[in-house]
Design a binder for this molecule. Sequence first.
Ligand code: TXA
Ligand code: MG
Length: 319
Amino acid sequence: MTKMITRIFAPDAMGLTAAADVLGSGGLVAFPTETVYGLGVDACNTDAVARVFAAKGRPSFNPLIVHVASLAAAEALVEFDDAARGLAQAFWPGALTLVLPLKAGSEISPLVSAGLTTLAVRVPDHDLAHQLMAAFDGPIAAPSANPSGEVSPTSFAHVRNQMSGRIEGIIKGGVCGVGLESTIVATQPVATLLRAGGVPSEVIEAALGYDLARAGETAAPTSPGQLASHYAPKGTVRLNADDLENGEVLLGFGAVDAAVNLSATGDLVEAAANLFDALHQLNALGAEKIAVSPIPEHGLGRAINDRLRRAAAPRKVPT
Ligand code: TXA
Ligand code: MG
């Protein structure tokens, strides 16, 4: 078999047109969003979507998020209720994914939703993502552009290191501003938080005027992708560390003497933006035992702690 050569696309009109052509012929192209880099694919091409699961080594029961340019484009794919429309108007473009009933007759490949009757959609807040969507002119399904279970990519270099030779192309964009994946909410039968993410749950609750239910508490779907072990760096991870055991490397938060610090000033927005890059840095340092400073459980701290708990979880390969 010939080895796949990954093309690197410049973040300009020519590069984006070439990247859109690759998507159009069933190829996989990683592109930047404000949350993390996505591994884009034509959402209507089942053979191409199947290759995403293979490239990531991802269990195929785990559905993908579809990226569209506008609320109007999303309305063509899924059924919005009032709560969902209100959230879309408040947070799109942005780091919120809505899980809604798939419209009958949609051309989205059934592999994207892994056979579920719902579909996850979002409008990203990133110029290059919008230029790619405009050039491609169709829904783009995109999981985070990392091998399944590993640390998500927030820079071109992360994607290049993790995915070169496995995908057709990478758009050479900058660093992702938010740094954590989108928050996922289903609104039916009741508004439910499926994944903590780039928009803090308190902010969504303030927009709704009531609290979100938590996944598993209601009849709303759970997120099949919420595997216990995920985002795992090469080393083991110990959370809420106020001390350092022999051989451990500190991933700090706040004014501590750390090998890598998420935010020396204790700023949760900065810590979110730095989290995945910090884990990539610890991999590059060859850290075998990582201790992590305590991180407050509010605002973006909830999503940071969610990712770190999964990074610390026992790494049994899911069956
Ligand atoms: O910020 C993000 O959301 C990034 C960027 C690229 O947009 N994407 C991302 O995709 O994080 P991924 O595939 O790594 O995570 C998607 C999550 C999974 O946990 C999956 O189970 C959930 O979305 N999901 C997708 N469709 C769903 C559905 N119909 N019902 C419930 N959960 C769904
Ligand atoms: Mg992911």
